[in-house]
Design a protein around this ligand. Structure first.
Ligand code: HPA
Length: 276
C-alpha cells in the first residue's frame, strides 16, 4: 500500500510538470465560490481526476478542478472544490490538497467557505474574515503518527489566522467599499444543518458563523507552517427565535452573488503581499 507521503509526492510530481511560476499562494474555494477567482490569470487547469490520488468531490456546487496561474505576477495554485467530512472523507483526504500545496512550496493559504450567520448583526451576503475557529467536528487531521518532515507533534494554535492578513483584508474591504465582518467560525461535521438549540449553543460559546469545512484544512496548514487567511460568505442567518428553513439552493445562490466581493478581496490581498 502506498503511504500518504508517497501519494502526495505523486500528485506533486504531476503538477510540477504544469507549473511555470512556482506557487507560493494557495486558494481553496468553498460552496458557490468557484467563480471567485476572476482575478486569476490561468496557465493550466486540471480536473481532480487527472491528478494522482486526489479524492473526487461529490458536491454539485464544487467544481472539482485545480487551477494554476498568477495573480499580480505571483504564482497561485487554486483548488475549486474541496472535500468535506460529511461526504465521508477522512481528515487526511480532506487535507490532501493542503499537503500538496505545502509540498509545492505554498506559504500562504486562502480558505473561503459559505457559512451560516450566528451573529444576529450579520446579514445574508456579508463577508466575514475569520479571526479564529472552534473545531467541533470531533476530527483532526493530525491524529496518528506525526509526520515530522511536515510539522511538529503539537502545533501551536493561538494564532491560526494571520493577524496581519486579517488587517490586509479589512483594508482591502474598505478600499472596495465592501462591508467586512470579523468573527469566529465554528466548524461542524454536518451535513444536517443546526437545530435551534444547537444554534443557541454555538452562539453561547462565541461563534459568529457556522459551517462544515475549513477547520481541518486550517489545522493541517498550521502544522505545515503556512499562513492562513479565511473568508466566510454569510449565506443565511440562523436566528433560533425566528427560525427560517435553509435550502442548499438558496445558500449557493447567495454565495455566488457574493463571489465578486471575494474575488476583489483576494486580488487586492495578493497584490499587497507582493508589495510587502
Ligand atoms: N450551517 C452550516 N453550514 C452552512 C450554513 C449553515 O447554516 N450555511 C451555509 N453553510
Amino acid at each position: 500500500m502506498k503511504s500518504y507521503l508517497q501519494k502526495v509526492k505523486e500528485a506533486v510530481d504531476l503538477l510540477k510538470k504544469h507549473i511555470t511560476i512556482p506557487p507560493d499562494i494557495g486558494i481553496m474555494t468553498g460552496t458557490g465560490l468557484g467563480e471567485s477567482l476572476e482575478s486569476l490569470q490561468i496557465t493550466a487547469t486540471l480536473d481532480y481526476g487527472q491528478i494522482p490520488n486526489m479524492p473526487q468531490s461529490t458536491v454539485q456546487s464544487h467544481h472539482g478542478r485545480l487551477v494554476i496561474g498568477t495573480i499580480g505576477g505571483r504564482g497561485v495554485i487554486a483548488m475549486q472544490g474541496r472535500f468535506h467530512l460529511y461526504e465521508g472523507y477522512s481528515p487526511l483526504e480532506v487535507t490532501f490538497p493542503i499537503r500538496v500545496m505545502q509540498a509545492m512550496g505554498v506559504h500562504t493559504v486562502i480558505l473561503t467557505n459559505a457559512a451560516g450567520g450566528l451573529n444576529l448583526s450579520f446579514k445574508a451576503g456579508d463577508i466575514m474574515v475569520i479571526a479564529d475557529h472552534i473545531n467541533l467536528t470531533n476530527e483532526n487531521p493530525l491524529v496518528g503518527i506525526n509526520e515530522d518532515s511536515w510539522g511538529t507533534r503539537f502545533p501551536d494554535m493561538t494564532s491560526v489566522y494571520d493577524p496581519h492578513l486579517v488587517k490586509l483584508v479589512e483594508k482591502a474591504a474598505k478600499a472596495h467599499d465592501i462591508s467586512m465582518r470579523k468573527g469566529i467560525y465554528v466548524g461542524l461535521k454536518g451535513p444536517s444543518l443546526e437545530t435551534s438549540a444547537e444554534t443557541r449553543f454555538l452562539r453561547l460559546i462565541g461563534g459568529d458563523a457556522v459551517g462544515f469545512s475549513t477547520v481541518q484544512e486550517a489545522i493541517a496548514a498550521v502544522h505545515g507552517g503556512m499562513k492562513i487567511m479565511g473568508l466566510s460568505t454569510i449565506t443565511n442567518i440562523n436566528d433560533p427565535d425566528n427560525p427560517v428553513p435553509d435550502t442548499e439552493e438558496a445558500i449557493i445562490k447567495v454565495a455566488q452573488t457574493a463571489s465578486s466581493k471575494i474575488s476583489a478581496i483576494i486580488k487586492s490581498i495578493v497584490k499587497d503581499m507582493a508589495e510587502k
